[in-house]
Ligand binder design. Structure first.
Ligand code: KIV
Length: 313
């Protein structure tokens, strides 16, 4: 089984299990692990693909149980979790660390890990060396990298080496200094023609899907139409073959400019602040833990999964 941890290990480790999985996916959802082959089938069948980011085992197990098809370990970990202004600081080691955590939590969804800035830009050789390491050391099923035709040789080298690759076009945060912000790329003259050229080059190089980020829906629709591989939209309108959101943003856990999510499905940041403020107030007011002097905390169910590789993370 290509899993670092089965359901019982997840229970022993204290993670939520798939018992409450939302059965909201298409009929093939069942419990079969999702592979890159399902992506092509979904496009052919016209069944939208749902992808979401996660960066640790706890949230990976929750989103997996909720029935998403793919969990992206995005280099957005740098901005969404680590307080950086851009994704440029993410490293191969960091992506391996978070990829391994997510792989532990995801039982069914395809785990896709981002290749960070400068891990593939210099040469296809670098791409294979770094990408091979990320895939091997995380147990993920695929990688994602940003950029168009100029990186088709890197995609081809990875695919030839047996590494499934998802492309990423439109607003590519690793090029933020060049693009001048999320909307810059879509305003450039000939943007649609370039996007189509880039998308076709990635498809020809063997990419199994492409994220289309932050662009008018009619442009994403045209790109989607010319490709036989699926497109996954991020703020790119309703006519892509699937959609992706950044988890902390869609849950309302983040604030400010960096948290612009196409849609927020919850306001958990407010819940967290409210719960912790209440706890602090109760401690100061002598209400927590209450008057019973014999009460102690129950032991944590902490034996870790025995299948966990030793000495890491
Ligand atoms: O890093 C990330 O989270 C991403 C998504 C925005 C698609 O690339």
């Amino acid at each position: 089984m290509n899993k670092m941890m089965d359901g019982s290990a997840a229970r022993r480790g204290g993670l939520p299990t798939g018992g409450a999985r939302a059965r909201s996916g298409p009929s093939d959802a069942a419990d079969r692990p999702v592979t890159v082959l399902h992506f092509a089938q979904r496009k052919r069948a016209g069944e939208p693909i749902a992808m979401i980011t996660a960066y640790d085992a706890l949230f990976a197990s929750l989103v997996d149980a909720a029935g998403v098809d793919a969990v992206l370990v995005g280099d957005s970990v740098a901005t969404a979790l680590c307080g950086e202004e851009t994704t440029l600081s993410a490293t191969v080691e960091q992506m391996i660390y978070h990829g391994r955590l997510v792989r532990r939590g995801a039982r069914r969804a395809l785990v896709i890990v981002d290749m960070p800035f400068m891990s593939y830009q210099v040469s296809p050789r670098d791409a294979v060396r770094n990408g091979g390491r990320i895939l091997k050391e995380t147990g993920a099923g695929a990688l994602k990298l940003e950029g168009g035709a100029e990186f088709a040789p890197a995609v081809e080298a990875l695919v030839t080496a047996g590494v499934p690759v998802m492309g990423h076009l439109g607003f590519t945060p690793q090029s933020v200094h060049q693009l001048g912000g999320p909307r810059g790329h879509a305003r450039a003259a000939g943007a649609l023609e370039k996007l189509i050229r880039d998308a076709r080059a990635l498809e020809k190089a063997g990419a199994f899907a492409i994220v289309l980020s932050t662009m008018p829906g009619r442009i994403a629709q045209k790109v989607t139409h010319v490709l036989s591989i699926p497109t996954i939209g991020f703020g790119a309108g309703p006519l892509c073959d699937g959609q992706v959101l950044v988890l902390p943003d869609m849950l309302g856990l983040t604030e400010g400019d960096g948290s612009a999510s196409p849609k927020r499905y919850a306001e958990l940041g407010a819940d967290v602040r409210e719960a912790v403020a209440r706890f602090a107030q109760e401690v100061r007011g002598g209400l927590y833990p209450g008057a019973d002097p014999t009460w102690t905390s129950p032991p944590r169910s902490s034996p870790r999964p025995s299948s966990r590789p030793p000495g890491r993370c």
